[in-house]
Design a protein around this ligand. Structure first.
Ligand SMILES: [Zn+2]
Ligand SMILES: [Zn+2]
Length: 336
């Protein structure tokens, strides 16, 4: 089959690779759409060989392992892929889903930037999710990132009369804005860079959009809230500057949801957090059923986020676009 394969730093080639082999607990899916994720870009910059990315995808089930129940060929699905290590504390106790050393789809084993993808542990409603008719394949390939935004916002339990700031307007931040809107949050402030993303934030429902390239986001939020600050900050950028801004703009008793992936450790002053009784809350998780329902009910739209589409044959260009094009938000592979 055809697949997009890493061949060194910033080098992706479309190659012919062996077809996936069906395992007893697995399913094989013919891929219809697959997004490039920010996490893929971190690896894309490194000198790696052989990785086939792709964990945000959808498609049609074409083969089902002998031990799998409730999944049939022809089902339209999206899925999560992981392989337990089989050796750790949890695996030794038969709890592979808690494995502390899991191999992940699209990193440690081949992902969905290919004609076919193998999901090793296929359990309906747990790792494989059937799609409602209303969802297109592109929307279904957006379920994974949206599920992360939903998980993180839901963890904050924002109330309608609160004000919330989202810092970092990549895909996770932009979906967070839409999820906050679906929670009925009265005032959503969004801080980020790049014109396309700032425009998308408005389209996603942000009440105030701050261009962090030209103004200090913390000062802008304080100004907009009469120096009160916001009840909750959803930090999706993962850098020192936005963390510091989050501490400044959180009001007394407020929460900071840490969602962004930090490439570097932080230096921070605990006194600023203690003095305002701020809760720092780590967020790592997703909720696929909730994300599917948000898209099905049209409370969330993938449209403002999907900016570019490519075929598998254009894989090199697709990755260059996601990394370099200032107008790129989500770059998507579409297959027929
Ligand atoms: Zn992702
Ligand atoms: Zn394990």
């Amino acid at each position: 089959m055809k697949a997009a394969v890493m061949r060194g730093a910033k080098e992706i080639r479309t190659e012919t690779v062996p077809d996936p082999v069906l395992e007893p607990h697995g399913v094989i899916i013919k891929v219809k759409a697959c997004g490039i994720c920010g996490s893929d870009l971190h690896v894309y910059k490194r000198d790696e060989q052989g990785t086939i990315f792709g964990h945000e995808f959808s498609g049609d089930v074409v083969a089902v392992g002998a031990q799998v129940k409730g999944i049939t060929p022809g089902m339209r699905v999206t899925a999560v892929g992981f392989k337990p290590c089989g050796k750790c504390f949890w695996c030794a106790r038969g709890k592979g889903h808690r494995c502390s050393n899991m191999a992940l789809l699209g990193y440690q084993f081949p992902g969905a930037m290919a004609e076919y993808v193998h999901i090793p542990f296929a359990a309906i409603g747990r790792t494989v999710f059937p799609l409602p008719d209303e969802l297109t394949y592109e929307e279904a390939a957006s379920v994974e990132p949206l599920s992360i935004s939903y998980f993180s916002v839901n963890r904050a339990q924002p109330k309608p009369d609160e004000s919330v700031a989202v810092l970092g307007l990549g895909v996770i931040g932009l979906y967070a804005v839409q999820v906050l809107k679906s929670f009925g949050v009265a005032r959503i402030l969004a801080g980020g860079r790049r014109d396309a993303r700032l425009r998308a934030a408005t389209e996603c429902g942000a009440d105030e959009v701050i261009d962090a390239a030209v103004q200090d986001a913390a000062a802008a939020v304080m100004d907009a809230t009469g120096e009160m600050g916001v009840n909750t900050v959803v930090e999706c950028a993962g850098v020192q500057a936005t963390f510091d801004q989050a501490v400044t703009m959180a009001r007394g008793g407020g929460k900071i949801m840490l969602v962004g992936i930090f490439e570097q450790p932080l230096t921070w002053d605990p006194m600023a957090v203690i003095a305002k009784n701020i809760s720092l809350i780590g967020c790592l998780g997703g909720n696929f059923p909730a994300a599917i329902e948000l898209l099905r009910s049209r409370k969330v739209s993938a449209k403002p986020l999907i900016t570019h589409r490519f075929t598998l044959d254009q894989a090199a260009e697709a990755f260059r676009t996601q990394l370099q094009d200032p107008d790129a938000i989500k770059v998507m592979f579409t297959m027929d």
